[in-house]
Ligand binder design. Structure first.
Ligand code: GLA
Length: 389
């Protein structure tokens, strides 16, 4: 064949190939069965893909993010979210260990002292499902929190994002909380390699609401060792010290001069063994930092955290409308939970950055209020942005 013809043919083939690739890489969502719950109801697994090949898998059981596939600095994808490969393993979790891998957390994310609060003169009792330091408290919504309910799900596809809208009606009195709470959470995987989570709730009686997501990240890939060499920056000059039951003392303490100062990047393991009462209580980092929001408006996304993993170059940025973030470095992981790759998740092999209001806010009048009243809308968003350098 004449070289000119060959070149023309090659060009035509290249155009065809790019057209095929283009049409194959639009944001998309697929649904596959994820198994059956003990009560016989079927759960689904939704896989969101963006046009760069990043993927996020979410089940409507607990709104759990089961997989997050994002590239390293050489473009290699790895699953950086801790989790299980079966629905049964998620359903069983919590009976003993309570990892809350990837789950939506509500009605109240984090702890409420003694499992009770008083609202408009009435005292509400919650299940005390957690006992750090031997002291009972309510944790993450109770015995059957939002991590253990089957959400209604609707897939969404936009030009530059694939999404999943989840809905749950939390009944008046459920887990001891007042009011019918209508909750909608929408996950988006955008073409900017962001996992965006939008929370919306309305109620017919005043109730505390504090929703979050409990994903554990290991930016080298789940099952590849500890996160102690991940480098963390927190845009926070204050945190809420806790008592030995992990309940805030009420103090908003400066981080300056303490191992809690991540205003400049620090390896997570760098100061974790320091003799420090707070690190002792938490068994490591398991605390709530108040994000320096400056003059940002309440519904503005402000950068709360950045995590850098030196081997793969992966970066996670966390942006949120929330006032605080719980940084928990997986201190309670004990190797009893074998994950997706059948590798046991040992202590500190994943880290959480749970955006939220501070723990025990319903009992802490000085903290920003978490009370939602009839006629109001609870609306907030958080973005987990992935990149590499
Ligand atoms: C939260 C808490 C931790 C722990 C985990 C779940 O992040 O802050 O103390 O209970 O959930 O294991």
């Amino acid at each position: 064949m004449h070289p000119n013809h060959l070149r023309a043919l090659a060009a035509a083939l290249a155009t065809l190939a790019s057209a095929v690739t283009l049409s194959a890489v639009q944001p998309a969502i697929t649904m596959t069965p994820f198994g059956t719950l003990r009560d016989g109801r079927a759960a689904q697994l939704y896989t969101l893909a963006n046009s760069h090949g990043a993927k996020v898998a979410i089940t409507n059981y607990g709104g759990i993010v089961t997989r997050i596939l994002v590239p390293d600095r050489d473009g290699n994808l790895a699953d950086i979210a801790l989790g299980y490969d079966t629905l049964a393993a998620y359903e069983k979790d919590g009976a003993t260990t309570g990892t809350y891998f990837g789950a939506l957390i509500g009605r109240y994310g984090n702890r409420i002292a003694r499992g009770q609060f008083t609202l408009d003169g009435k005292t509400f009792k919650l299940a005390a499902n957690n006992t750090p330091g031997g002291i009972p408290c309510a944790l993450h919504g109770g015995k059957v929190g939002f991590d253990k309910v089957l959400w209604d799900a609707a897939p969404l596809v936009e030009k530059d994002a694939a999404g999943l809208r989840l809905r749950h009606l939390s009944k008046d009195g459920e887990e001891g909380y007042p009011g019918n709470l209508d909750v909608t959470v929408t996950y988006w995987l955008t073409d900017k390699n962001e996992l965006r989570i939008e929370y919306l709730a309305t109620t017919d009686k005043a109730t505390p609401v504090n929703l979050t997501n409990h994903s554990y990240f290991n930016l080298r890939g789940e099952g590849s060792g500890t996160i102690l060499d991940h480098v963390l920056t927190l845009n926070a000059s204050r945190y809420t010290p806790v008592d030995k039951g992990l309940i805030p003392t009420g103090q908003l303490a400066p981080v300056a001069g303490t191992p809690f100062d991540f205003t400049k990047p620090h390896a997570i393991g760098g100061r974790i063994e320091t003799q420090n009462e707070q690190l002792l209580f938490g068994g490591g980092y398991d605390h709530n930092w108040l994000i320096d929001r400056g003059s940002a408006k309440s519904r503005a996304l402000v950068k709360a955290a950045e995590v850098y993993e030196p081997v793969t170059g992966r970066v996670l940025e966390v942006l949120t409308e929330e006032p605080a973030v719980q940084f928990y470095c997986g201190n309670f992981l004990d190797g009893k939970n074998a994950g997706k790759s059948k590798i046991a998740y040992k202590k500190r092999t994943g880290l959480c950055l749970e955006t939220q209001h501070s723990p025990d806010s319903p009992n802490q009048p000085a903290f920003p209020s978490t009370i939602l009243r009839p006629g109001e809308r609870y609306e907030t968003a958080t973005v987990y942005r992935f990149s590499a350098r």
